[in-house]
Write a protein that binds this ligand. Structure first.
Ligand code: IPM
Ligand code: MG
Length: 348
């Protein structure tokens, strides 16, 4: 199969971690008899430097022409980077928001899994993480606070945790349908709750439980095992997925897929561009590599190939190799490139 993949390396650690994910994809292609046809795309600061804007219409069109897009990260140091002297709509992050909207990527999946091997890197007490946990954060990605400030002011004036009034019913229905296959569900608004309850009637095998976001943030550290799926709106999902990632040991482990109603998806680690460690060769490429596995699974239906990446990651962790962010006593610390090479070498 020929895999037509758009590649947004982006800013900060982006180029380093994407290079490792491509190394692993190339190995998978070699072992399983596929070809990777990459199209390099500019977004974020890298695009500002060339085009003066964080995302051009041409780039959106090029992305659409691919079957999937693999992305690193965008953005720089807000204090020192010249990108942040620009008006907000021209800054790197605006490019990411624009591509999510332009490609209608409304469903963001962020799996938070505690690997047995990484228990040592998890900041929670052992009795809490005993047995591990495996949850999916399902974040609505094209609405909510991110996209509707004006509407919010008109309707309410004050945005409270329970009232994300910037959604319309149709938007919530879309994500609720996609998300409810086995769920505990986080409630973030009365409308959200109403629609989720309605949609859940079509899925009697799913247990739906409404939870307020502040309580959920607390429950995530008190008892993360209770969650299978957290279905939530855009801003809450942004915050809770960072929290969940830390519970798994490091944000460098958290993959993510942003999907529309077709097979197309944008795959990126949930973490940021980490400008403080960019270019040092120490960033953890695992979240990006696991995002590439999600890409093979969701956009190309290549389950075996995706499994092989996930198994290779587990193997390398089992063998005791760690990047600095997940390092613990008695393990072998390695850099970004070595981690990518070891995972690629373990693809079978
Ligand atoms: C994320 C990031 C983005 C977001 C930023 C970079 C715009 O934090 O993907 O979680 O807020 O969605
Ligand atoms: Mg975030």
């Amino acid at each position: 199969m020929n895999l037509k993949i758009g590649v947004i390396k982006g800013d900060g650690i982006g180029p380093e971690i994407v290079t490792e994910a491509m190394k692993v994809l190339n190995k998978v292609a070699e072992v399983y008899g596929h070809t990777c046809d990459y199209t390099q795309l500019l977004m974020g600061g890298a695009s500002i430097d060339v085009h003066g804007v964080p995302l051009t219409d041409e780039t959106i069109a090029e992305a659409k022409a691919c079957d999937a897009v693999l992305m690193g990260s965008i953005g720089g140091d807000a204090k020192t980077s010249p990108w942040y002297k620009l008006e907000p709509s021209k800054r790197p992050e605006a490019g990411l928001l624009k591509i999510r909207k332009a490609l209608n990527l409304f469903a963001n999946l962020r799996p938070a899994v505690l690997y047995d091997e990484l228990k040592g890197a998890c900041p929670l007490k052992e009795e809490i993480t005993e047995g591990g946990f495996d949850m999916m954060i399902m974040r609505e990605l094209t609405g909510g606070l991110y996209f509707g400030e004006r509407k919010t002011e008109e309707v309410n004036g004050v945005m409270t945790a329970q009232d994300s009034l910037t959604y319309n019913e149709e938007e919530i229905r879309r994500i609720a349908k996609r998300g409810l296959d086995k769920a505990n569900v986080l409630d973030s608004s009365r409308l959200w709750r109403k629609v989720v309850e309605e949609v859940s009637k079509d899925y009697p095998e799913v247990t739906v439980e409404n939870m307020l976001v502040d309580n959920c943030a607390m429950q995530l550290v008190k008892d993360p095992k209770q969650f299978d799926v957290i279905l939530t709106e855009n801003m809450f999902g942004d915050i809770l997925s960072d929290e969940a990632s830390m519970v798994t040991g490091s944000i460098g482990m958290l993959a993510s897929a942003s999907l529309n109603e077709t097979k197309f998806g944008l795959y990126e680690p949930s973490g940021g561009s980490a400008p403080d460690i960019a270019g040092k060769g120490i960033a953890n490429p695992i979240a990006t590599i696991l995002s590439a596995a999600m890409m093979l699974r969701f956009s190309f239906d290549l389950d075996k190939e995706a499994d092989s990446i996930e198994a290779a990651v587990s193997k390398v962790l089992k063998d005791g190799y760690r990047t600095i962010d997940i390092m613990s006593d008695g393990k072998t610390q390695i850099g970004t490139e070595e981690m990518g090479s070891l995972i690629a070498a373990n693809i079978q």
